[in-house]
Structures are given as C-alpha cells and as structure tokens.
Design a protein around this ligand. Structure first.
Ligand code: BG6
Length: 510
C-alpha cells in the first residue's frame, strides 16, 4: 500500500509564512569547517530554494582560516554542489551567495570579538536583519567557553526580551563526555545565555521519521491503545552504519559509540517511542514528556553492565566484498585502542506503561549496511486456533519504523495465502515517505530561525541522559575487559546475539 498523497494540516511546531520569518544573521563559528561545508551551508541553500528563509537574511562564516567573502562563497558552492539535497541552480545560487560573508578572527582573542561586532553591525544594516542573530558553534567543544565569553564580553548577547533583537546560540552534541563535564558546559552556557536562547542540536530529532513518531502515535486513534506492556512484547532500536570511523578518529578516540550515539541519538529515539502523550504540542510540554522517560530508565548496576551491555570494536573484514581495515589500524587510532565502535544493550523503563517490556538498543560502525529502524514486537496470539501447532508458531505482529534509508513504516501481519488450502504467511503493509523530505539540518535550522525549541535538547534532558549512561562509563573505565572484536561487515560481536538470546529473542535482520 502506498499512501503518499497528503492533505497537509499545519499544526504543532511553529508554521509561519515566509513573510513572518524574523529577519536575522546566521553567524557560523567554524564557518570554514567540515560541518559547515557538508551540512549547514547546503541546508541553508535548500531552505533558500524552498522559500523557507526570511527575506532579510545573511550568513557570516567566522573562523581563523584565511578566507574572504569570495573564497567563502566558493567554499560554500563546493559544499552545495557535493552535499545538497537539491541540485545547484545558477540563478538560485546567485541569490543565495549574495547573502554569504566571511569574517576572519580567532575564537580566543577578545579583541577579535569587537571587530566581529563592528562587522555584524554593518551586515545587519546591509541585509536589514534588525540585529537578530544566531551564533552557531560548529567548533570543537574546547572552544565553546571562549566563544560564549567572547560574544558576551563584546556585548553581542542581549538577554531574551520580547521586543528586542534576539541572540541565540547553537551547540552540537555531544554536550560533554560524561555527566560532570556536561553539567560544567551547561553551567558555563547558562552564565551567558538564558535556556530559551540555547539550542542544543541532536540532528536525529530533525529527521522526518523521528518527528513523525509523535504524529503517528498521537494523531491516530489505533496505535495508542495498544502502545503498552499488555500488547507489546519488546522493542528493538537499531542504528547501523556501514562507514568506519573515517577521518574522525581524533574525536572518536575520546567518544566511542556509547557517547557518540547511544547517549544522544538512540535515547532521543527511545523517548519519542516511549513517552506519555504530552500535554500540548508546545516545546516544553513535548520535552517534559521525553524527560520523564529518561528519568524512568532503570539505572544499570555493575552486574547489569557486565551482562546487558555489550561493547564491540570492528576488526578487519569484508564490506561488500572489499577488504576493510580494523579500527585499530585506522589513521589516528591507537594500536591498542579500547574504544568501542559498537554497543548493544537491554534497558527497562520503570513506569506503568512499560513495566516488563525490554528495550534492546544497538548501534555500530562497519556493520553490513546503513540502516536505522525501530521494531515494535507485539505479543503472541494465544496458542489456539491458527497458532495451535507448537512446531509452527505464528510470527508475532511487528511494526517497523524506518528512520533511514527508505523512510517509512511497515506493519507485519499474518494473512491467508490465496488458494484452496488454509495456509498462513506474514505480509507487510507498507508506507514509504516521499524521498524529497528535507534533511534534518534543514528542519532544525528553520526551527532555530523561528525560535521553536521543540526539536532541541533541553539542559535537564541532556543531563538525565548522561546520568543514565554514567554507570556504564564508570564500569568500563575500571574493567580490564576489552571490547569484543567483530569482523567489519558483520552485525557485531557474537556476545550481542547471545545477550538477546538469553531472553529467548533474536535481533531483527535488517
Ligand atoms: C553523528 C555521529 O552524530 O551521527 C557520527 O557523531 C555518526 O559518528 C552520525 O556517523 C550518524 O548520522 P546519520 O544521520 O548519518 O545517521
């Protein structure tokens, strides 16, 4: 079944007309870096193509790199040509590139912030942006403090106050590398910005299918009544990546899959699946509901970590028939690195709705394919009628929600095979999203401009997520165990399969 015709109802997150988008300047710290090149500039270009940028808008790259407006525009054009969802079109590019500027300066030199201020004032005037600005920190976490202090010291951060220009700041995940450092970063940000000015990005929340989880659950009558322990046996959340660590080892050697993926992306997805209905669709109601889920996650004991959290690291192997290196042989990885590139775990949400329903999470690099999905396994039908034969039990109903690629959902149900005999087979009722969905960064940048924080992480949620992860980090630091090796191109270490098998279940084959 394909159901791709929509009659769109605009509701929930702020849905302004273009004329009502507030004018503003986007100041990208680290404007000449990789995130800007691959994601931010292409996303802004797509918003411009789709008429989703304010009429009065300017973009300023700020970094120490030796660039000027012209070379920054070339850099942006290259990023758009390589990474944009929609193709580069000459006339659209000409309009977009006239908004792009570069200002050279150091993140740590207070004097450079007063030069930045002068330049921003000129550009405010040129683009009629009314001094509204957002500052996007596309920078290594070590610079956040000096950038926030520099902005504040130069008088570039006005307190939030309706009627005055806005100043927002955007920080990327991971916020910190453990609970203590996350609290420290949040404290530091709070010295300069109010919480309503801080937009913490977890780009999974901008993915179309992740956002659709709320709509699926709360805009349909048929799912919510069965969305609970009486009907659901267990839930599996998988975020599989085919790529290895690539060029990011300097970061990844201090992060690993637990911090990089589980603490943020997988827990955010879990929240969307498991939350109670929020009171309203407003940012804080939605974020309150998600926070409640994280706070209900059962803390791991030392024993639990040993038994129910598996960490793996990819060894050499074959990916699509091509030889792939071991993680320890990748550039900038220590030859004896103990960093995990794979995590599988079982967790419990101790509330009324989910009592007794295990949630299995797994994520890894160098798995056989890029595929992220949620699988909701419903309980078995009674062992009577069509399910009476113990040697041929019926497959339970299952709903899979594909985050990427091929975004959509399928409901797996039993059906009669056409013919004179009564034979049963599972069939899937499928829904595929239109492939032109905006990229996560487009959605998030648009929300940032209109000031909607629904899809951004609030301080308390980030800290609660670290609180849940912390016992695992602590236990791994003191343990002599190494991550279990798995061949690149396989579905992770054998221990991950044994873990779920101990509960009489198996990982879904993607
Ligand atoms: C990032 C992680 O947040 O998400 C990367 O730092 C990971 O390690 C990436 O590869 C995955 O994102 P996506 O959108 O490609 O699934």
């Amino acid at each position: 079944m394909a159901a791709n015709s929509y009659q769109a109802l605009e509701i929930g997150r702020v849905s302004p007309t273009r004329q009502s988008y507030p004018p503003c300047l986007a100041v990208i710290f680290g404007g000449a870096g990789d995130l800007s090149h691959r994601k931010l500039l292409p996303a802004l270009y797509n918003l411009s193509l789709d008429g989703e940028l304010p009429q009065n808008f300017g973009i300023v790259g700020f970094a120490i790199d030796d660039l000027n407006d012209e070379s920054f525009r070339n850099f942006a054009r290259d990023g758009v040509a390589k990474f944009s969802r929609q193709p580069l079109k000459d006339d659209a590019w000409a309009r977009f590139s006239s908004r792009l500027h570069f200002h050279r300066g150091s993140f740590t030199d207070p004097g450079d912030y007063s030069h930045l201020k002068d330049r921003l004032e000129l550009l405010d005037h040129e683009h009629a942006t009314g001094s509204n600005r957002f500052y996007y920190f596309a920078i290594p976490p070590g610079f956040i403090d000096s950038c926030a202090a520099g902005l504040s010291g130069a008088g570039l951060v006005a307190p939030p106050n309706s009627g005055h220009p806005f100043a927002r700041v955007v920080v990327e995940k991971p916020i910190g590398h453990d609970l203590a450092s996350a609290v420290e970063i949040n404290e530091m940000l709070a010295r300069y910005f109010a919480e309503s000015q801080i937009f913490r990005i977890d780009h999974y929340l901008g993915k179309e299918t992740v956002e659709n989880l709320m709509v699926l659950r709360f805009a349909n009558a048929i799912f919510e009544p069965i969305w609970e322990a009486r009907f659901i046996d267990h839930v599996q959340i998988t975020v599989a990546e085919e790529e290895g660590v690539g060029t990011r080892a300097l970061y990844y050697e201090h992060a690993g899959a637990l911090r990089d993926m589980v603490q943020s992306h997988l827990l955010q997805v879990l929240c969307m699946i498991a939350s109670e209905p929020p009171r309203t669709t407003h940012a804080d109601s939605v974020r309150d509901a998600k926070l409640d889920v994280i706070r209900c996650l059962r803390q791991f004991s030392e024993e639990d970590v040993e038994k129910w959290v598996v960490r793996g690291q990819y060894d050499e192997g074959l990916v699509h028939g091509m030889a792939a290196k071991a993680y320890r042989e990748e550039p900038n990885v220590a030859p004896d690195s103990r960093m995990e590139t794979f995590v599988a775990l079982r967790c419990w949400i101790d509330n009324w709705r989910w009592a007794g329903v295990p949630f299995y999470l797994r994520t890894g690099k160098r798995l056989p394919k890029r595929s992220s999905e949620i699988a909701i396994y419903f309980k078995n039908v009674p062992r009577i009628l069509y399910n009476a034969n113990p040697r041929a039990p019926l497959a339970p109903n299952m709903m899979t929600i594909r985050i990427q690629p091929d975004e959509g959902l399928s409901l797996h149900i039993m059906s009669k095979v056409p013919g004179a005999q009564v034979r049963l087979a599972p069939v899937a009722v499928d829904f595929h999203y239109k492939s032109t969905s905006p990229e996560a960064y487009e959605t998030l940048l648009r929300d940032l401009i209109v000031g909607d924080q629904t899809l951004f992480m609030r301080r308390d949620t980030v800290e609660a997520a670290w609180h849940f992860i912390q016992p695992v980090l602590d236990s791994w630091i003191t343990s002599y165990d190494e991550p279990k090796l798995y061949a690149a191109g396989s579905w992770g270490p054998l221990e991950a399969a044994l873990m779920i098998a101990a509960d009489g279940r198996t990982w879904r084959t993607l």
